[in-house]
Design a protein around this ligand. Structure first.
Ligand SMILES: [Zn+2]
Length: 399
C-alpha cells in the first residue's frame, strides 16, 4: 500500500513538472533547458527528463541553438504547434460550425453544416456528423473536443441544462460525445468560451480580468476573473440578455418585458429597421433589400455604410442600453476591459463609443477613466477558438 501511494505521488509530481515545463516552453518559445530551470525553479536534471518525455510525445522539439555565453551554445526548445489538433465547435449560430485548430489557435480546416430548424435528436446527429468529418479530415492526432453551446450549461459536468433553440434539456452532451469518440470533451456556454478565446488568442493575453460581450441574435457576456471563467452559483454568470432595462418595453420570449435582448440584439434592430422600411419610401434600406422581410444584420450594415442616419440612431440607441447594463457589471466587478463580439460588433465605433459614454456617465469617476471598450479581432471564429482554448487549458494546462 505504502509503495503504491509513493509511486502514485511520484507519477503525479512527474506529470506536474512536465506540465509546468510545457507551459513555460509554450509561453516563452525558443528557450534553453537552463532558462526553463531558472523560470520554473526545477532542477536541471528534472527539467531534462521532463523535456525528454515531451520530445518523445512529440509536443516539444529542439529547434535551434542560442548564443554561446562562453561555453557550448545552448539548444533551444519550442512547442511543435501542429503536433496535435484540437476540435473546436460552435453550436450557437444558425449553422453548426467546427474546425481543426492547432496549439496556437491557427485554424487548419473549417466546416459548417446548416441546421434547417433541426433540434433534439436531429441536432445531436448533426453534431456527430460535423465531428466525424473533422476527424476524417485530420492528419494529426487529435487532443480532444471543445464545444461552445448556446443556453445554460453545467460546465463542470458537461451537461447542457437548457438550450431553447436546439430544444435540449439536461442533455449529457459531454458523456455522449466522450463515449462515442473516446477522447476528452469540454463544453461551456458560447459567451463564456468566447471570453476564453480572447484571453488565449486575442487582446487578453496580458490581462487578468475581462468582460466579453456577445451581441447577436442573443446577448450574453463571459466574465473572466484572474484569467478564469467565472461561472457563478448556477452557471448563469454573464446572462445579461434578460436584464430588464425598460419595464414598459416589448414582450420578450422569456415572459418579461423590456429585456436587453428586446432592445439591443440583432433581432431587435432588424425588427425596428423593418418598421422604417415600411414607413419610409425613400429609406436607403430599400436599396439593400427587396422587401422588409429580407432585412438582415448584413443589410443594415450596408445601409449604415451608405450613411443611413436612421440605422446610426438605432445602433446608438442599442449601444446606450448595452452600456447601461455593462456599467453595472463592469462597475461592480471593477473590470476595465470590455470586448464586444457577435454580429453587431461589425458596427465598430458606432457601437462601442456610446457604450463607453454610457459607462462613463454611470460609474464612479475614479473608475471610468480606465474602461476600454473595443471590438474583438477574432471575428466569427471566436467561439470555435474559445472551445479550443478551453480544451487546451484543461488538457495541457496551456492558455
Ligand atoms: Zn427576456
Amino acid at each position: 500500500m505504502g509503495i503504491s501511494i509513493s509511486k502514485a505521488t511520484k507519477e503525479q509530481s512527474k506529470a506536474h513538472n512536465q506540465s509546468l515545463v510545457l507551459r513555460v516552453i509554450y509561453s516563452e518559445g525558443q528557450i534553453s533547458r537552463a532558462d526553463v530551470a531558472r523560470i520554473t525553479g526545477l532542477t536541471r536534471p528534472t527539467v531534462s527528463s521532463a523535456v525528454a518525455e515531451l520530445i518523445a510525445d512529440g509536443l516539444v522539439a529542439e529547434t535551434g541553438v542560442g548564443p554561446s555565453l562562453g561555453g557550448k551554445p545552448p539548444i533551444l526548445l519550442n512547442v511543435v504547434d501542429d503536433c496535435r489538433y484540437l476540435i473546436g465547435v460552435d453550436l450557437a449560430e444558425s449553422e453548426f460550425r467546427g474546425a481543426l485548430v492547432n496549439l496556437r489557435g491557427q485554424i487548419k480546416t473549417r466546416l459548417s453544416l446548416p441546421i434547417h430548424d433541426q433540434d433534439g435528436e436531429a441536432a445531436l446527429t448533426l453534431v456527430h456528423r460535423l465531428i466525424d468529418r473533422l476527424i476524417a479530415a485530420s492528419d494529426r492526432p487529435i487532443l480532444g473536443i471543445g464545444i461552445g453551446t448556446p443556453g445554460l450549461m453545467d460546465a463542470h459536468r458537461n451537461v447542457v441544462r437548457h438550450a431553447v433553440n436546439l430544444d435540449w434539456r439536461n442533455l449529457s452532451l459531454g458523456d455522449l460525445l466522450e463515449a462515442r469518440y473516446r477522447m476528452p470533451v469540454y463544453i461551456a456556454n458560447d459567451c463564456q468560451v468566447a471570453a476564453l478565446a480572447e484571453m488565449a488568442f486575442g487582446c487578453g493575453k496580458e490581462l487578468s480580468h475581462l468582460l466579453l460581450v456577445k451581441v447577436g441574435r442573443g446577448i450574453g457576456a463571459g466574465v473572466v476573473i484572474n484569467r478564469h471563467i467565472y461561472y457563478g452559483d448556477g452557471f448563469g454568470a454573464g446572462e445579461i440578455g434578460h436584464v430588464v432595462v425598460r419595464p414598459d418595453g416589448d414582450q420578450c420570449r422569456c415572459g418579461n418585458r423590456g429585456c436587453l435582448e428586446t432592445l439591443a440584439s440583432s433581432r431587435a434592430l432588424v425588427r425596428r429597421a423593418q418598421a422604417i422600411y415600411d414607413q419610409q419610401p425613400d429609406t436607403p434600406l430599400r436599396q439593400v433589400a427587396a422587401s422588409a422581410d429580407e432585412l438582415s444584420t448584413g443589410a443594415l450594415l450596408k445601409a449604415f455604410e451608405m450613411g443611413d442616419k436612421n440605422i446610426r440612431l438605432l445602433v446608438r440607441e442599442a449601444s446606450l442600453y448595452l452600456g447601461q447594463v455593462l456599467a453595472v457589471l463592469a462597475g461592480a466587478l471593477d473590470i476595465n476591459r470590455i470586448v464586444i463580439a457577435g454580429s453587431l460588433s461589425r458596427f465598430g465605433d458606432a457601437l462601442t463609443v456610446p457604450i463607453r459614454q454610457q459607462i462613463q456617465q454611470s460609474i464612479l469617476p475614479t473608475l471610468d477613466h480606465k474602461v476600454l471598450v473595443e471590438v474583438s479581432q477574432l471575428g466569427q471564429d471566436i467561439v470555435i477558438l474559445g472551445a479550443a482554448a478551453l480544451l487546451l487549458s484543461q488538457e495541457l494546462g496551456l492558455s
